[in-house]
Design a protein around this ligand. Structure first.
Ligand SMILES: C[S@@+](CC[C@H](N)C(=O)[O-])C[C@H]1O[C@@H](n2cnc3c(N)ncnc32)[C@H](O)[C@@H]1O
Length: 160
């Protein structure tokens, strides 16, 4: 029994370490800042948010009640499982086990959320190519390749 537990723990550890090697470890956004941001933003029931690397789903849960739909792409299967459980009562939240770099942004997306250092810049630039009418929210990290960023509560906010 003890051995099985160790194997399970080892598998979980390997998955978490592997996502670090992919470029972004799991570090959640602070709830307090998220809640302040959501109050401050002019959200409508037409907004569709996509969190690129949705972690434990907290961004989806905080935005979800204020908008039409919140979608998360997450590469770590344990976090997908956890976030699906914690978001189960929100009917407008969708979480997909996926590498966001291989996903096509839904046409109705109005907000993109991300929290990682600049290692994904190229993938992001590709995703955003030819897109307009989007708000991009980056927690903690300035996106040097985007212009006219505004900072609020620790987030960088861009309109393209
Ligand atoms: C810093 S955490 C942010 C989590 C969440 N967005 C938040 O702000 O609380 C980054 C997340 O991205 C995930 N991740 C890393 N690379 C990814 C990829 N290529 N595709 C999808 N998710 C990825 C990690 O597993 C991790 O959960």
């Amino acid at each position: 029994m003890e051995q099985i537990l160790w194997v399970i723990l080892a598998v979980i550890a390997v998955v978490f370490i592997a996502t670090v090697l992919f470029g972004a470890p799991f570090v959640p956004t602070h709830y307090k800042q998220l809640k302040k941001l959501v109050k401050w933003l002019d959200l409508t029931n037409q907004d569709v948010l996509v969190d690129l690397g949705s972690g434990d789903g907290r961004v989806l849960r905080v935005f979800g009640p204020q908008i039409k739909q919140a979608i998360g792409y997450e590469i770590n299967p344990f976090l997908v499982l956890w976030s699906k459980i914690s978001c189960h009562k929100y009917h407008n939240i969708k979480i997909k086990l996926a590498d966001f770099r291989l996903q096509k942004l839904p046409a109705e997306t109005t907000i993109i959320y991300l929290f990682y250092a600049n290692s994904f810049n190229r993938s992001l630039q590709k995703i955003l190519k030819n897109r307009t009418n989007l708000t991009i929210i980056s927690y903690g990290f300035k996106l040097d390749w985007l212009e006219n960023g505004q900072t609020k509560y620790g987030f960088w906010i861009y309109k393209i």
